[in-house]
Design a protein around this ligand. Structure first.
Ligand SMILES: Nc1ncnc2c1ncn2[C@@H]1O[C@H](COP(=O)(O)OP(=O)(O)OP(=O)(O)O)[C@@H](O)[C@H]1O
Length: 852
């Protein structure tokens, strides 16, 4: 037995796309066969049928309607599969034998563009990895926005983690099978292996219209692997990839995945949603482009003082002028996702309605520029200079695209009246024809006296005159030609009706063809302007981030941080940006942080469970991070020193699947920190050592502290612990300062004051906290007995110093309305700049609101 010709064709194509699910177009369906059908029927819950294929057994088959394919493709790609779309590529009327078919695009997780599956809030990156000896070349591309980045990093797993963490790609292409295996197993990413071709340099040459940074051979190789893969799967020229940005991995803070997760930068730990993350607090952007940009800023805090200051200045300028800030927000709200629309233009998948959206978005740019003019200094004036209002493109679109342009490009209704004489003429013919038909209907009604006579249209018979059965007797003999009999009526035509029909239908067909041609022509002209459009999108994205940070700073009472050059940090009344937001206004208790890189560089923080140690440490890290993003910070005043990295070791993140126990994970994280931290790093350690027995844990914690002080000179550490023995190190080792969180004993229970004060804590209050948590009384009583017993036998180590201060006397008293007015009186407004005065009033106003 032999395969049918169709199946033969199927196998030839499938052979070239082995690692995909092949969607083979048959009429109005995409069909899948054999293993693809079995897999897809499972994943998509489709009925598995069969089809004769020429062999003894029928081919397993399942199919989906062409019109609802998007959703099915989306589901498969979201699960990490690749889908190859195979279409007819010749006109069936012209085909000799079986119609030629071929794959027109391979849709993969990293190249997927569908809006219903790819969020506008985040980029969808695909990564190219090349390894040569001791280094990796990395490249990252988002074809939905046209961004293309590349860099080189040392071949150390942590460096790779940090770099890949900046982009969180959805798919990877690696230069060898071995490397692909490594990437797949380390990051659970769909990874394709692709050997590098000899033409790799050629491919890169002339590909980008501009490059920033220097291309070395590692960068070139990773870019060309990625480009080769993209061209092969997308099968278009990808003209939106105009710019290659080669960056240095040391331009921004390297953050290991733990730190990103622990500090909940872009998603919360509990359900991985945005709510409760730093991004959730900071993101008040008005555009999708700004939203994605802000996410990038949060994931890649800067370390160059100059660049940070540039951002802070721009935020400050907008912060200081509420009117302009609000006008700018309004203007930006009408700017849609230019970046993604433009990429669709390049991929030739844009529809007329999207071009109209592009026009309306460009229409907002003059207003945006007008506002910028008034804020003309520093970074904002640079943006103003760089931003082009693209009025030529706006004019083109305004003159050509109809105000109610459709979502499809093949059915006409796209082009505005007055843009093309030919279109106007054809529309006249069509209109006149329709008018003529309406007149004919009236004329025939009058002539026959049949009031219900009507002229209708359908795709099979074209125009017809319809007369109901009751009126048959009134039809004049020989006037009409009978065409179709219905149960209740008869349909007729006349010669002249058919002549007019040809004219109307001819015009209709010509019109949609003509309009489609004009549409693609306009699209191609816009494609030629992609670079300018993209440059302006970048400006909008930056501007949107500035206005957003200014707005958030105003809404939440943040201040502009300053940077010290002597390594000192002094945060006055710092708050946790997220915890504060989750609480009632004013309920969060602020705390100060004083550190330097010599005598006060290691803070040991003790205090009962639940008292707020972790919150304090995280808030300190977040304040440093926010400042380096270019954001104002939740504090009354903040003088910071720039950190190159923030390390965190917080909580139990078991990696049981990876075969590591809680303690093992803890120790490997600590060991990474000790290996990688530098004199400019900030290290957050929460209860190191608690994963093992008390004395082992205590000894390890102790030794870690000594090591950091001795070997990572200059670094700053916050160390929360329940080992009260460690407070004895203050005075013994240079650099240590003890702090503790105050609680107040109220009868037999405790109240949390959340205030961090100098000195070590003397009590654990573990049993009291257990009581608050609802542990049965019997256990609490027994635990107290055991504790007493241990203390008597000297098993419990000596207690730390007792706090002398009375908690109630240490700050922490509401200032009250009267006090507030006293404070307003003390403001020396005359000696302030207008901006300072406004800030001061704004702050007092905020305080007053809290008190009300
Ligand atoms: N400064 C603060 N103001 C108001 N509430 C706070 C503050 N700090 C912490 N809290 C609240 O207390 C809760 C516990 O804080 P946190 O987890 O920081 O305690 P902890 O001392 O680290 O506890 P443990 O030792 O058990 O890990 C937080 O979830 C928060 O709701």
């Amino acid at each position: 037995m032999a395969l049918t010709p169709m199946m033969q064709q199927y196998f030839e194509i499938k052979e070239k796309y082995k690692d995909t699910i092949l969607f083979y177009r048959l009429g109005d369906f995409y069909e899948m066969f054999f293993e693809d059908a079995e897999l897809a029927s499972k994943e998509l819950e489709l009925v598995l049928t069969g089809r004769d294929c020429g062999l003894e057994d029928r081919a397993p088959m399942c199919g989906i309607p062409y019109h609802s394919a998007r959703n099915y493709i989306g589901r498969l790609v979201s699960k990490g599969y690749k889908v190859a779309i195979c279409e007819q590529v010749e006109d069936p009327k012209l085909a000799k034998g079986i119609v030629r078919r071929d794959v027109i695009r391979v849709i993969t997780p990293g190249t997927f563009l569908d809006e219903t599956f790819v969020s506008e809030e985040r980029n969808n990156y695909i990564m190219g990895v090349f390894k040569d000896g001791g280094n990796y070349g990395l490249s990252f591309c988002d074809i939905s926005t046209g961004e293309f980045y590349a860099s080189t990093v040392k071949a150390e797993a942590e460096m790779l983690d940090a770099e890949i963490g900046k982009f969180s790609p959805k798919e990877a292409v690696a230069s060898s099978a071995e490397l692909a295996e490594f990437i797949f197993s380390r990051y659970s990413l769909l990874t394709n292996a692709r050997s590098i071709s000899d033409e790799s340099d050629l491919l890169l040459e002339g590909r980008f219209r501009s490059v920033s940074g220097g291309i070395n051979s590692l960068v070139a190789s990773s870019c060309s692997i990625l480009l080769g893969y993209l061209e092969e799967t997308q099968k278009t020229a990808l003209t939106n990839l105009t710019h290659l940005e080669v960056y240095s991995s040391t331009d921004s803070m390297a953050m290991d995945p733990n730190t990103k997760r622990n500090l909940e930068l872009t998603e919360n730990i509990v359900d991985k949603g945005k709510r409760g993350s730093l991004l959730w607090v900071l993101d008040d952007t008005a555009t999708a482009m700004g939203g994605r940009n802000l996410r990038r800023w949060v994931e890649q805090p800067l370390i160059s003082r100059e660049l940070i200051d540039r951002r802070l200045e721009a935020v400050e300028a907008l912060y200081g002028s509420l009117d302009m800030l609000e006008d700018l927000r309004e203007a930006l709200k009408g700017v849609y996702d230019i970046e993604r629309i433009v990429s669709k233009v390049a991929l030739k998948s844009v529809n007329p309605k999207e071009l109209l959206t592009l026009k309306n978005s460009l229409g907002r740019l003059p207003a945006v520029k007008d506002i910028l003019k008034n804020l003309d200094y520093g970074e904002l004036s640079r943006l103003n200079r760089k931003m082009d209002t693209l009025s030529d493109i706006w004019n083109l679109l305004d003159s050509s695209i109809s105000e109610d342009a459709p979502m499809t490009s093949k059915d006409g209704g796209i082009i505005k009246n007055g843009y093309s004489k030919d279109v106007d003429e054809l529309r006249d013919i069509r209109l006149n024809g329709k008018r003529w038909i309406a007149e004919l209907e009236a004329k025939e009604r009058e002539f026959t006296g049949i009031r219900s006579l009507k002229i209708g249209f359908n795709k099979v018979f074209g125009y017809y005159i319809e007369i109901s059965r009751a009126n048959f007797s009134s039809i004049p003999e020989g006037r009409y030609i009978r065409k179709q009999t219905l149960s209740n009526a008869e349909r007729y035509i006349t010669e002249e009706l058919k002549v007019m029909e040809d004219k109307i239908l001819g015009a209709e067909e010509k019109l949609s063809e003509l309009e489609y041609g004009l549409f693609t022509d306009i699209r191609d002209r816009i494609e030629g302007e992609i670079e300018r459009l993209k440059a302006t999108s970048r400006c909008i994205a930056d501007l949107d981030c500035y206005q957003c940070l200014a707005k958030v700073a105003r809404d939440n009472g943040y201040v502009k941080p300053v940077f010290s050059i002597d390594g000192k940090m002094n945060i006055v009344e710092g708050r946790h940006p997220v915890v504060e937001k989750m609480m009632d206004k004013g309920a969060f208790v602020s705390n100060d942080l004083v550190m330097d890189s010599t005598l006060e560089r290691f803070l040991i923080i003790t205090g009962p469970n639940m008292s707020g140690k972790s919150t304090f440490m995280r808030q300190s890290a977040l304040i440093v991070l926010m400042a380096q993003i270019g954001s104002f910070v939740p504090a009354k005043k903040a003088s910071l020193s720039i950190c190159d990295r923030i390390f965190t070791r917080i909580g139990a993140s078991d990696d049981l699947a990876g075969g590591k126990s809680t303690f093992m994970v803890e120790m490997s994280e600590v060991s990474e920190i000790l290996k990688n931290a530098t004199s400019r790093s900030l290290i957050i350690l929460d209860e190191v050592g608690r994963g093992t027995s008390t004395y082992d844990g205590l000894s390890i914690a102790w030794a870690v502290i000594e090591y950091i002080l001795k070997h990572i000179k200059g670094s700053k550490s916050l160390f929360a612990t329940h080992y009260h023995e460690l407070v004895a190190l203050e005075g013994e080792l240079e650099g240590i300062r003890n702090y503790s969180v105050l609680v107040r004993e109220v009868g037999t229970t405790i109240a949390f004051l959340r205030k961090i004060v100098p000195g070590g804590a003397d009590e654990s209050y573990g049993i009291e906290v257990a009581k608050l948590a609802g542990i049965p009384r019997e256990i609490l009583i027994r635990a107290k007995d055991i504790l007493k017993d241990l203390e008597k036998k000297g098993k419990k180590p000596a207690r730390a110093q007792k706090i002398k201060e009375d908690p109630l006397q240490i700050g922490f008293v509401d200032i009250g309305r009267e006090a507030l007015f006293e404070r307003i009186k003390t403001l020396d407004v005359m000696s302030m700049t207008p901006m300072e005065a406004m800030n001061a009033l704004y702050e007092l106003n905020n305080d007053a609101k809290e008190l009300n």
